[in-house]
Design a protein around this ligand. Structure first.
Ligand SMILES: CC(C)(COP(=O)(O)OP(=O)(O)OC[C@H]1O[C@@H](n2cnc3c(N)ncnc32)[C@H](O)[C@@H]1OP(=O)(O)O)[C@@H](O)C(=O)NCCC(=O)NCCS
Length: 131
């Protein structure tokens, strides 16, 4: 494991900020995230903060470098690009796990950055199972 990050976002406070400063929508959210519900948008903002924590805050982090996509059954997953993607690669991250929840006026995101360490026996077909 490389790191873990968690973040919570107050949904109403985010909605207020986006109304007050509309340019924030394009700054914080990627195109596919912008038309989601308020709670889901807050979850995306929390996810981006949590990625920063899991990776130890890459220096030139951009909100646009992290997108939350969904599988056909609704499971969220992260897509990185730019400096954040390069930082994850430099840390040897092989997978980022993401879980989202929103209730009681807050959206929560947890991210686990995983690095799979290959051992000599991974590639050795003669290696025996441990007893
Ligand atoms: C889909 C489900 C996980 C959502 O949970 P919820 O308590 O209604 O809502 P939450 O606010 O906690 O979570 C919502 C987030 O769950 C995530 N989610 C949706 N489907 C998911 C799935 N299949 N797997 C993982 N996460 C999922 C989404 O990111 C969603 O946020 P988004 O819509 O903004 O993207 C839930 O409705 C469900 O189907 N649970 C099944 C539970 C179960 O089978 N338990 C058996 C014991 S193992």
């Amino acid at each position: 494991m490389v790191g873990v990050g968690v973040d919570v976002v107050d949904i109403v406070r985010l909605v207020d900020s986006l109304h007050r400063t509309p340019a924030l929508v394009d700054r914080l959210l990627t195109p596919s995230e912008r038309s989601l519900s308020d709670a889901s948008r807050a979850g995306r903002v929390a996810a981006k903060e949590a990625v920063g924590k899991a990776l130890g805050h890459p220096g030139d982090f951009s909100w646009q470098d992290v997108t939350v996509e969904r599988t056909a059954d609704g499971r969220p997953y992260l897509v990185l690009r730019g400096a954040t993607e390069r930082c994850a690669r430099a840390l040897g991250v092989t997978h980022l796990h993401l879980s989202l929840s929103h209730d009681g006026g807050v959206a929560t995101a947890i991210v686990v950055a995983e690095r799979t360490v290959r051992t000599a026996t991974d590639d050795d077909p003669t290696a025996k199972e441990p007893r």
